[in-house]
Design a protein around this ligand. Structure first.
Ligand code: SF4
Ligand code: SF4
Length: 448
């Protein structure tokens, strides 16, 4: 099966995943949602409040190291097989312009742009732009669903006058996609995308890429990258197999000649591999352009997928996953900040000693809860909560309050480390956390 068809399957899977992911929820929480509106991050069905975004650096590290590892092993595999830019260009250029409207003659020739000024092409061009504009709006909405969940998004766009930001994002992103896919085209990959700039430093001898075999095909370019062979008869040795048919060049969406070697414009779509496979196949030979590595081409051995570099990336990814797992396991189901007031203690009538604390309570759960506090551990029998009974908070709501603890009986003077347990009355075994506080008991000489 040609790589082009395999890529199409990849695009279908990527599209289904991208369109369905925002709608999948676990216990009411999304798989991935970065909501600026509600100041929450949903990850695999767990909600993290903005104050708990200690996971974010690990997620970013995972993203970057994952990209570096994928590039070191498979080159720009993401560009050719899953990048929205490539998928959108294939939809517009190969499906709409070529297959549906016949504006372009063949998928195998991406060099020749249609003459849009021709009378018979103007109508087709307009239909093409309209079709892509509809798809661009869907793609734009899909992008926004990762920041504004679909359940809110559809309510918001029904009322555009009150939700100008969301409507503006939707139209702005769609407008960019229309300009990008129809007018900017592969120039985005070549001149704007930063990934193409860093890819070459991540490559090594064993990185998979579209690669021409000059040992079999013959050198088409000299050391200065100037073309020295234009036609078959120019080839100095008859043993050189390249027919100079240029099929690998005309099919290339970024308009490069892979026989020149690795170039930052190459998006790893492997169309050139398919093209040469067809040409060489007719001659009963193997393709001169292959998805292989420099070491395999030079030595004729297999590409080493498992090597020091990949082990190092693998170890880094496992370590970050372990840290994420540990962090996820210590997720707090509410935010509770308790700070002692400046005054260390108060001695009331009958030698009652109290300590006051300033408290910030926030419900980070998707459901409404009523929270209670209790003193637990060593001092559970000696201290009582004098102020703060319970707080009922809906999802995302917070409250500030004063907490006053009182010593029921005489305690040793000095600082005492005490433990407070906070829990939701409806789910005390799941939604709870412990806080360590300091209770100060005055010198006994100060008591009456
Ligand atoms: S050289 Fe062109 S056709 Fe070949 S993989 Fe790179 S971008 Fe695709
Ligand atoms: S498709 Fe193959 S045979 Fe034709 S020019 Fe390219 S490398 Fe040479």
């Amino acid at each position: 099966m040609p790589f082009r068809i395999k890529r199409y399957y990849g695009y279908i899977i990527a599209t289904i995943v991208s369109l369905s992911l925002p709608f999948i929820t676990i216990a009411g929480n999304h798989i991935f949602l970065l909501s600026f509106d509600k100041k929450q991050l949903h990850l695999m069905g767990t909600v993290f409040d903005m104050q708990e975004l200690y996971m974010m650096p690990f997620l970013l590290m995972l993203l970057f190291i994952g990209i570096f590892a994928a590039t070191a092993i498979g080159g720009r595999v993401f560009c050719g097989w899953a990048c929205p830019q490539t998928i959108f260009r294939v939809i517009y250029r190969d499906l709409i312009e070529t297959k549906l409207l016949g504006l372009r003659k063949r998928i195998s020739n991406k060099q020749k742009n249609p003459d849009y000024s021709k009378k018979e092409n103007i109508g087709k061009r307009i239909i093409g732009i309209l079709l892509w504009s509809i798809l661009a709006l869907i793609a734009s909405a899909n992008f926004i669903w990762f920041f504004v969940p679909p359940e809110d998004f559809f309510t918001y766009i029904m009322n555009p006058s009150e939700h100008g930001v969301v409507v503006g994002m939707l139209l702005g992103t769609a407008a960019f996609l229309i300009y990008d896919v129809i007018f900017l085209k592969e120039d985005f990959c070549i001149y704007i995308c930063p990934y193409s700039r860093i890819q070459s430093v991540l490559y090594d001898e064993n990185t998979f890429q579209a690669i021409y075999n000059p040992n079999r095909g013959g050198e088409i370019y000299d050391g200065d990258k100037s073309k020295i062979v234009f036609k078959q008869k120019d080839l100095q040795e008859e043993s050189n197999e390249c027919t100079t048919c240029e099929k690998c060049v005309t099919v290339c969406p970024t308009h490069i000649d892979i026989r020149k070697g690795l170039q930052l414009e190459c998006i790893n779509c492997l169309e050139c591999v398919d093209a040469c496979t067809t040409v060489m196949g007719k001659l009963g030979k193997e393709s001169l352009v292959q998805w292989s590595s420099n070491s395999a081409i030079d030595t004729g051995t297999k590409t080493k997928v498992f090597r020091t570099l990949t082990y190092m990336y693998g170890a880094a990814i496992v370590a970050i996953f372990a840290m994420l797992f540990v962090m996820g396991g210590t997720k707090e189901y509410m935010i509770l900040d308790i700070n002692k007031e400046a005054r260390l203690f108060k001695i009331k009538a009958e030698n009652e000693v109290t300590n006051s604390y300033l408290m910030l309570f926030k419900n980070t759960e998707p459901n409404k809860h009523t929270y209670k506090l209790e003193v637990v551990g060593k001092y559970a029998d000696q201290l009582v909560i004098k102020r703060f009974k319970e707080a009922t908070l809906k999802s995302g709501a917070s409250t500030k309050d004063i907490l006053i603890l009182s010593a029921k009986e005489k305690m040793p003077e000095g600082n005492h480390q005490i433990t407070i347990k906070s829990y939701a009355t409806d789910e005390p075994d799941r939604v709870f956390l412990f806080k360590e506080l300091t209770f100060v008991y005055p010198p006994h000489s100060k008591l009456k």
